[in-house]
Every structure is written in C-alpha cells, then in structure tokens.
Design a protein around this ligand. Structure first.
Ligand code: HEC
Ligand code: HEC
Ligand code: HEC
Ligand code: HEC
Length: 204
C-alpha cells in the first residue's frame, strides 16, 4: 500500500475512517450486504418490470395490431364505424375491445396471442381476403364466446349502465339497458351488439 492509499482511508486525525472500521466487523458486513443486495435487486427488478410493461404497452397500440391485420378487412371496416371516429373524438382502438385491462387476464391474452396468432401468421391462415373470409365466422364465434363468458367486460371499460342517460336514448334501447332486463334475460352487451366494429361473417 502506498502513501496516498493510506491517506484516503484515514481521517484527518490519522485514525482509520469509521466506515473502514465498521466494514472490518463481519457482522456489520453481513447486515450491510443484505440491504445493499436488496437495493441492487430492487433496481434490477424495476428495470425488468419497466421493460415488461413497455412491451405490454407497445403490443397494445393500434399500429401494432394493424401491422398484421392491415391486409385483412377488419381494419378498413372499423375505420367506418363510430368507434374509430365520432363527434366527441373519443376513440376505441383494437386493444380496448380485444385485450383485457386486469393484469392477469391481460397477460393470459398476450400468451394466447403468442401461441395462436404468431404461429397462424407463419402458417398464413388469414393472409388473403379469401382465406380471411373463410375463417371469419370461426374467429367471430370465438370472440363472442369470450365476451359472453366475461359479461362483455371490455365494453364496460367505457360504457356503463349507470352512466347512460336513458332518457335521451330511444325507447328500444332504454328499455333494454337496465339491470332488470339484462338479468331477467341473461343477456350481455355482445348478445345485441355484434358487428359494431367489423362486418358480420357471411350468413349471420
Ligand atoms: C403477428 C401478427 C399479428 C399481430 C401483431 C396481431 N394479430 Fe390478431 N391474429 C393474427 C392471426 C394470424 C390471427 C388468426 C388466428 C387464428 O386462426 O385463430 C389473428 C386473430 C385475431 C383475432 C381473432 C381471435 C380469435 O379468438 O379467434 C382477434 C380478435 C385479433 N387477432 C385481434 C388482434 C389484436 C387486438 C391485436 C393487437 C393487440 C392483434 N390481433 C395483433 C395475427 C396477428
Ligand atoms: C375505449 C372506449 C370504448 C370501448 C372499449 C367500447 N366502446 Fe362503444 N362507443 C365508444 C364511443 C366513444 C362511442 C361513440 C359515442 C358517440 O359519440 O356517440 C361508442 C358507441 C357505441 C355504440 C353506439 C354506436 C353504434 O355503433 O351504433 C354501441 C352500440 C357501442 N358503442 C357498443 C360497444 C360494445 C358492444 C363494446 C364492446 C365490444 C364497446 N362499445 C366498446 C367507446 C367505447
Ligand atoms: C337486449 C338487447 C340489448 C342489450 C343486451 C344491450 N343493448 Fe345496447 N342497444 C340495444 C338497442 C336495441 C339499441 C338501439 C339501436 C342500436 O343502436 O342498435 C341500443 C343502443 C346502444 C347504444 C347507443 C345508445 C345511443 O342512444 O346512442 C349503446 C352505446 C349501447 N347500446 C351499449 C350497450 C352496452 C354497453 C350494453 C351492455 C352493458 C348493451 N348496450 C346491452 C339493445 C341492447
Ligand atoms: C368497439 C370494439 C372493437 C374494436 C375497436 C375492434 N374490434 Fe375486433 N371485434 C369486435 C367484436 C365485437 C368482434 C366479434 C365479431 C363481430 O361482432 O363483428 C370482433 C372481431 C374481430 C376479429 C375476428 C374476425 C371478425 O371479423 O369477426 C378480428 C380479427 C378483430 N376483431 C380484429 C380487430 C382489430 C385488428 C381491430 C383494430 C383495427 C379491432 N378488431 C377493433 C370488437 C372490436
């Protein structure tokens, strides 16, 4: 050890610094190591978590979905509906209707997409209009089944019976938009509102 090293680790009075003394005690080293290790893991965790969440967000954008669904007619059809453009300027994008908001369900949907939509992209299952139309009924049925099973959860992120002004809805609508009606008939939004964003499959 040379002089300047020595200089750094002693205080002005020539005593070894308090930190150095503390560090020399095995117990202190042990207790100091745990929070330090914890802090490092905490930071690493945040970085991973941030990356994970960024990935979840990026894969929820309109451009991400239309990256694959541009060629098929779903995008075009959606652009002609109120969910794309309306007087109030509030837009619902693909993921608003097709990707759950609750964390667990959202991760499951992403996993399903990875193991279903990605392989089918490689297989070219819907890569032409003809193939898409031939497959549309099956896909629509699958979307309806999912929406029925969760009581049209994604629709309710924006639409709620409680916030509807039934007085300004037409009678046909306001009679049906009540808990009594929906519970009595066992109906959910998607039972009456199919084909709101895309054309219905042929024959439906
Ligand atoms: C990597 C390309 C790719 C991307 C990106 C993609 N999709 Fe798909 N998607 C497909 C293919 C291929 C199918 C047909 C899968 C099949 O045959 O079941 C499909 C099917 C679907 C279906 C029908 C699912 C069903 O239950 O049968 C929906 C809804 C859908 N996509 C929505 C979306 C949304 C919303 C996004 C953005 C969050 C998205 N897709 C992003 C390729 C993609
Ligand atoms: C991101 C928010 C959002 C989501 C999610 C959403 N909507 Fe909408 N919806 C809107 C907005 C905004 C309008 C247009 C309101 C206006 O300006 O009149 C609208 C309009 C409607 C209309 C009336 C217009 C029409 O097409 O005749 C119906 C019916 C409707 N939505 C049903 C649904 C259903 C069913 C779902 C679920 C599959 C759903 N919405 C999901 C925001 C949303
Ligand atoms: C029993 C059938 C039925 C059910 C179930 C139903 N609706 Fe409707 N809804 C209608 C009818 C009929 C209309 C008026 C005609 C139309 O727009 O299709 C309507 C209209 C609407 C409109 C447009 C209202 C306006 O005046 O602009 C919205 C938004 C809507 N429904 C959302 C929903 C949501 C969200 C649910 C689930 C909570 C739901 N509906 C459940 C039958 C139903
Ligand atoms: C307002 C809600 C809503 C939005 C926004 C929406 N969808 Fe859908 N989507 C549905 C519903 C409901 C169905 C079930 C079939 C039907 O009723 O038309 C469906 C069905 C589908 C299907 C199955 C094929 C078919 O035509 O039935 C695909 C693929 C799909 N959507 C992709 C997309 C993509 C990609 C976007 C964005 C460009 C998008 N959706 C935007 C509600 C929506």
């Amino acid at each position: 050890m040379n002089d300047s090293d020595q200089q750094e680790k002693t205080t002005e009075t020539g005593q070894p610094s308090r930190w150095k003394k503390l560090w020399k005690q095995p117990r202190a080293r042990y207790w100091f190591g745990i929070p330090l290790g914890g802090a490092v893991m905490f930071v690493v965790g945040i970085l991973f978590w941030g990356g994970f969440n960024t990935a979840m967000e990026v894969t929820n954008t309109l451009t991400f979905c239309t990256g694959c669904h541009e060629m098929a007619p779903v995008y075009e059809e959606y652009q002609e509906t109120v969910h794309y453009q309306n007087a109030s300027g509030v837009r619902a994008i693909c993921s608003d209707c097709h990707v759950p908001k609750p964390w667990g369900a959202k991760v499951l949907r992403k996993i399903k997409a990875t193991f279903n939509e990605v392989p089918h992209t490689i297989l070219g299952t819907i890569d032409t209009r003809e193939k898409f139309e031939a497959h549309r009924a099956e896909m629509a049925e699958s979307v309806w089944a999912e929406m029925r099973s969760n009581n049209s959860r994604e629709c309710r992120n924006c639409h709620a019976l409680e916030t509807m002004n039934l007085e300004i809805q037409d009678k046909r609508a306001s009679r049906r938009h009540t808990l009594e009606w929906l519970e009595k008939k066992g109906e959910t939004c998607i039972d009456c509102h199919q084909g709101i964003a895309h054309k219905l499959p042929e024959g439906y």
